[in-house]
Design a protein around this ligand. Sequence first.
Ligand code: AP5
Length: 210
Amino acid sequence: MNCILVGPPGAGKGTQAKKIVEKFGIVHLSTGDMFREAKKSEEGISKLLASGQLVPDETVVNMIKKRLEKDDVKKGFLLDGFPRTLNQAEELDKMLKTKNIKIDAVFFVDVHFDEAVKRISGRRVCSCGASYHVDFIPPKVEGKCDACNGDLIQRNDDKENVVKDRLDVYEKQTRPLIEYYKKTGLLVNIDGLKNESEVFEEIKKYIKAK
Ligand code: AP5
């Protein structure tokens, strides 16, 4: 099974992605995670992420192209945060066509602007990859990761002054993808406003029915 998760910043894509890959044994390909890892060594990427702007299409497309060469994606993959522009979607189509790979579903997890802001501003993350929300999904001990007891921090791009820019970028550059995937018949609308488990149930039900 090969799927795509699309939706505004803070919709819960990363949260659901972790559950999906664990349940269905597929590979999680998160371009955001890849860039957060890369930014430790690349200043240009670091600046783009901190300002909420997109990394150039060519860079993202080449990164995904390389990643799809690896053997592990044969067991199935979940793209999280890619594609994010129409150009990226078209490049992905070309890439998959040459490899004879098909996408089974594009889950569009949607939440409105105010909810996205609330979720992003309350998110706290650990260097081990775990993610929490100070009100909705709090850790057992404030400021500490349940999994490894590491310190929880706020992502640079979750700061209030950047959040609005990220949502603007989404509206202008990513939202047109919804229409694009609707036309392919692959789009599955998911109500991201439900709680974490309910959202997962909806996605799980769809995958199992497939
Ligand atoms: P990326 O990491 O992809 O960020 P994003 O798309 O902005 O998404 P987020 O990680 O903010 O949100 P999410 O939907 O994963 O929500 P989460 O599950 O964490 O990208 C970061 C940057 O990298 C981009 O700005 C860009 O610069 C660059 N980039 C990445 N991909 C790119 C591409 N293809 N092209 C160009 N540039 C690219 O949940 C959010 C919070 O809500 C958490 O606190 C969580 O605990 C909580 N929560 C989750 N679900 C629920 C729920 N159902 N109810 C209540 N709270 C919930």
